[in-house]
Write a protein that binds this ligand. Structure first.
Ligand SMILES: NC(=O)c1ccc[n+]([C@@H]2O[C@H](COP(=O)([O-])OP(=O)(O)OC[C@H]3O[C@@H](n4cnc5c(N)ncnc54)[C@H](O)[C@@H]3O)[C@@H](O)[C@H]2O)c1
Length: 378
């Protein structure tokens, strides 16, 4: 077993899940935690039996014992916190979304290139048991040629509108919530380019003083004609998660189809030579959901934290890295531009060109490219 890696965590709200993950991992040790809120620091120290905390992010960066910084601060601070961690040659795990706009994406790519640290985005849904199994089946070719991917993320997130930072000028349900479904689509169809879609602002969002679309429907297409849909609703009551899983990813291929669900630990398949099968992972519920019901999902964080350690130990590129994450953000911006222009088709590649990012990004990596799949590393 390689020596334990030493983690510094900044932002102790959602950062609670990465602390739980590190505490249960043989690969990691928490060296120190940081939050502007001193009371929260003390609370987390006590909860996880830690001894070092600070309210100054620079203390984490200056600590030679810390090799990896995990960033769980509000979205608009991710750029600055990532740039400073990379400049200090720390490895970085940054929660989603990596950035709250594409402004600064070029600086982040440059910083990642110069740093000896590696950066991975914590796209948690990729690391949920049904999604891991679905990925494994796609990598094994059980779906045949992929033809269509339908992903959704719907949740009644009206509570989120009361955050002091959540409704700022850059706030968007797409960048903060729909990103989970959009990331799943790009995981399977990395070159998805063209998108058209509609959104509407519900009276519930208007009542909170916001006019950002919260009910969203999109159709996407790759240059070779593969199709995807992405949908989400964020301020409307759902029926029941057994009937309507918050997150779902349905993949249809020439040889089979599958559907992975969240938070139900279920995965449904129909592959060549088999009838319909349902795979039940509820025995892993204690691993994935450790506090506050299913609203926190520390097991996913544990899976990506351990995956990150494996990548660092073996010199492999963790995924999604900064380039892949920025391409997904460009897709989100294309989706928003389509919404703003009454469903007019918009291309991700055009957004990248508009931000002068095309030449800074490596060619899109396809499913069977050089990178090692998550499922093979877990
Ligand atoms: N599934 C997921 O991966 C997932 C789920 C929820 C939230 N998130 C992300 O996690 C991040 C945090 O969300 P949250 O719900 O915990 O928000 P939050 O507002 O509850 O917590 C953010 C914390 O960061 C601290 N903070 C702010 N500025 C700081 C600074 N300069 N230095 C140190 N600490 C600072 C605040 O005091 C606060 O405790 C967001 O980017 C959010 O999108 C990811």
């Amino acid at each position: 077993m390689p020596p334990k890696r030493r983690l510094g965590v900044v932002g102790l709200g959602e950062g609670r899940s990465i602390l739980s993950a590190a505490r249960s991992s043989p690969r990691w040790q928490v060296a120190a935690v940081c939050d502007l809120d001193e009371t929260l620091c003390r609370q987390r120290i006590e909860e996880f039996g830690l001894d070092r905390w600070t309210t100054a992010y620079d203390d984490l960066l200056a600590d030679p014992k810390i090799d990896t910084i995990a960033i769980y601060t509000p979205d608009h601070l991710h750029l600055d916190h990532c740039l400073r961690a990379l400049a200090a040659d720390k490895h970085v795990i940054c929660t989603k979304p990596l950035l709250d706009s594409l402004i600064g994406a070029d600086r982040l790519l440059d910083a990642a290139r110069r740093s000896s640290g590696r950066l991975m985005v914590g796209q948690s849904t990729r690391f949920f048991e049904p999604m891991i199994n679905q990925r494994r089946d796609v990598e094994a070719g059980r779906h045949g040629e992929l033809v269509a991917v339908d992903a959704h993320y719907s949740t009644d997130a009206r509570w989120f509108l009361s955050r002091d930072w959540s409704t700022g000028t850059t706030f968007s349900w797409l960048w903060n919530f729909l990103i989970h479904a959009v990331d799943l689509v790009r995981w399977y169809l990395p070159d998805v380019d063209e998108v058209t879609g509609f959104g509407t602002v519900s009276p519930n969002t208007l009542r909170a003083g916001l006019d950002r679309p919260d009910s969203l429907r999109f159709v996407l297409r790759t240059p070779s004609g593969q199709l995807a849909t992405v949908s989400g609703n964020y301020t409307l009551p759902g029926i029941d998660q057994r009937l309507e899983p918050s997150i779902g990813c349905l993949i249809r291929g020439t040889e089979g189809s599958s559907r992975a669900d969240y938070p139900g630990l279920t995965y449904h398949t129909r592959f060549a030579g088999e009838g319909p099968r349902s795979h039940d992972f509820t025995a892993l519920s204690g691993h994935y959901f450790r506090f506050e019901g299913t609203s926190h999902h520390a097991g996913e964080y544990q899976n990506y934290l351990d995956y990150f350690a494996t990548c660092l130990d073996s010199g492999l590129d963790p995924r999604p890295g900064p380039a892949e994450a920025i391409e997904t953000l460009a897709l989100l911006e294309a989706m928003e531009r389509s919404l703003a222009h009454d469903g007019q088709p918009v291309r991700r590649s055009q957004i990248l060109a508009d931000h002068n990012l095309l030449t800074l990004l490596p060619p899109t990596r396809h499913l069977r490219g050089r990178s090692v799949g998550v499922s093979k590393q877990l």
